[in-house]
Design a protein around this ligand. Structure first.
Ligand code: BV8
Ligand code: ZN
Length: 264
């Protein structure tokens, strides 16, 4: 039975304070306070006619490569303009602190941004890939591209065709996992291995709607590992949790960390 809490209690502190092998599963809500729209927030501007789930598919790219390509380059440019928030910084502090005493904090993210890395965390796995890498859709040849520059972010740019592969004539595509595509096995297997070793699992800023990522906390539940959620809303995963802290990760993660490490 989940304890839904509006503030951090001594019980939650006790569960988290002594943990030595923590796994943190993060979703789009982790980056919301940095100014990156979550995946299910209403799309704006040019994309408002489409849901993210409609655009994040091989079929959409096939049907309209310019629209999908420009959507990703616009999102990548937006990510490049924002910074990690206090929630990212708190996880980086915690990871550093645990590692200095022989412990571990493993970050498994569904996010395609690099904000955990820019907060100087090491990320165990990006389950849904990365928006900043590109490859050929036909021959999978990796391609290096300069970061896109869009200023203002008022009216997203007019669609432009993706560049072509330097080896064949294929279009370049973003290195993200689209709906209907397999997750990177390495990332998923590392995540399941870390969860099997964990003595505490945090689930931060995810609606828990996307599979198979959303099933990872179940592995912890089967093993009786304490499960703590941080989210302003209840989610598809809330019922599985031991504790669900109702609030934004940018406030609650630093608060959680400060209760047992004196880091403000
Ligand atoms: C696969 C990259 C199979 C692209 C993404 C079983 C049942 C039903 C469906 C399926 C199933 N198994 C597979 C499927 C299909 C599908 C799926 O799950 N569909 C859903 C919609 C039901 N899954 C797949 O297709 C996956 N592939 O299973 O392949 C297969 C098998 C064999 C052979 C071939 C194939 C691939 C899924 C990956 C899709 N790609 N992203 C891109 O970014 O464009 S998913 C996308 O959603 C993002 O990565 C995002 O991270 C992810 C999850 O969303 P959230 O992170 O949770 O974001 P969301 O907006 O939903 O929620 C934000 C949360 O934050 C909210 O709860 C909000 O309250 C909270 N929040 C807001 N502010 C804050 C906050 N929290 C904290 N602090 C705040 N300040
Ligand atoms: Zn190619």
């Amino acid at each position: 039975m989940v304890n839904e809490l509006s503030s951090i209690t001594s019980e939650v502190q006790a569960v988290v304070r002594d943990a030595r092998r923590v796994v943190v599963l993060t979703g789009a809500g982790m980056s919301a306070e940095s100014g990156v729209p979550t995946f299910r927030e209403v799309q704006t501007g040019l994309w408002e006619r489409f849901s993210a789930e409609d655009l994040a598919t091989p079929e959409a790219f096939d049907a309209n490569p310019a629209l999908v390509w420009t959507w990703y380059r616009w999102r990548q440019a937006l990510i490049g303009q924002v910074s990690p928030n206090p929630g990212h910084m708190a996880l980086a502090h915690w990871q550093h602190r645990l590692r200095s005493t022989g412990g571990e904090l493993s970050i498994v993210t569904q996010n395609v941004d690099d904000l955990h890395e820019r907060a100087e965390s090491e990320v165990l796995g990006h389950l849904h890939g990365s928006i900043a890498v590109h490859r050929c859709i036909d021959c999978a040849e990796p391609a290096q591209l300069p970061a896109p520059q869009y200023d203002g972010f008022t009216a997203p740019p007019a669609p432009e065709e993706p560049p072509h592969c330097p080896l064949c004539t294929g279009f370049l595509r973003p290195g993200v996992v689209w709906f209907g595509e397999m997750l990177p096995m390495e990332a998923f297997e590392s995540a399941t291995a870390a969860i099997r070793q964990a003595d505490c699992i945090l689930v931060v800023g995810t609606s828990g709607m996307v599979q198979p990522a959303a099933s990872l906390p179940l592995l912890g539940l089967e093993r009786g590992t304490p499960l703590v959620e941080i989210n302003p809303e209840t989610t598809d995963l809330t019922e599985l949790m031991d504790y669900s802290l109702r609030g934004p990760s940018g406030r609650l993660l630093p608060e959680l960390l400060s209760t047992f490490s004196g880091v403000g």
